[in-house]
Design a binder for this molecule. Sequence first.
Ligand code: CP
Ligand code: NVA
Length: 312
Amino acid sequence: MDQSKFKGRSLLTWLDYTEEEIRYLLDLSGQIKTEAHSGEIKRRFTGKTLALLFEKRSTRTRCAFETAFGEEGGHPVFLSTQDIQLGVKESLEDTARVLGRMFSAIQFRGFKQATAETLARYSGVPVYNGLTDDFHPTQALADIQTLEENFGPSRGKKLCFVGDGRNNVARSLMVICSKLGIHFTVITPPALNPDAALTAGCAPLAAATGAQIRVTADLGEVAGADALYTDVWASMGEEGKKEERARLLAPYQVNQALMDRTGRGDSIFLHCLPAVKGEEVTPEVIDGPQSRAWDEAENRKHTIKAIMLATL
Ligand code: CP
Ligand code: NVA
């Protein structure tokens, strides 16, 4: 792979990347993980700076970006909406222009996908989407790395997302699975189906790789799945919808009975975290032998480092 293809690029959604490019990043992340576990120290971000912009809270994403960048000699700067003007008092375009003069790259976590796009357009440096209402692409890369650590090459594997099918995590998984030829089923009540435009947009991508992308309310569709994945019932910014979601999603809780319906003792459980144990997943499953949620959290750091190494 011609590595110069990555230089200077943003990651706003996997829709902008080819299968081959995603494959390259997964392989690079695997190498980075091996190096990290051997204690090898490298200084690949020396002299570089990273702005970490947060409108929403974060544990994993912030810590992954900050430690991955800092331990390689880079200087990350955390900037929440308490610290800087982000669309108030100064236009977002102007903030982007100024950040682009001072930083090598920008991570943005917040509400609107359009904010990440504007930052990318006006800063002139790579912008990494660390979660918006629409997408959570860095998460999806770590999820696929975790799937592959358990089952080898992911093409043809079956991943089921059980829960709020219209959220950022489900949407990003739909895109990356379509690109990589992974069979992906969203199991959700019809009121929470992923939006039709995204499903339609993924259809030709899936056709090209042989991925079967399905949306259903039928929990029986977990049969044969390599992995069941869930996420919180109400995402950040949707706190007012908690009761309605609990009503809709209680039947979709991932518990041991549902794990058993895969019919495979080796199927694994994935969760982006943070988890509300007792709601979308039982403690028995997330803390049990089939859970890979903690490997998945660790892989956030390796995949994020891979994305930054490739693009900086
Ligand atoms: N999975 C994830 O993005 O976690 P944080 O919200 O803690 O960053
Ligand atoms: N869907 C969740 C993911 C958190 C990592 C949220 O947006 O809150």
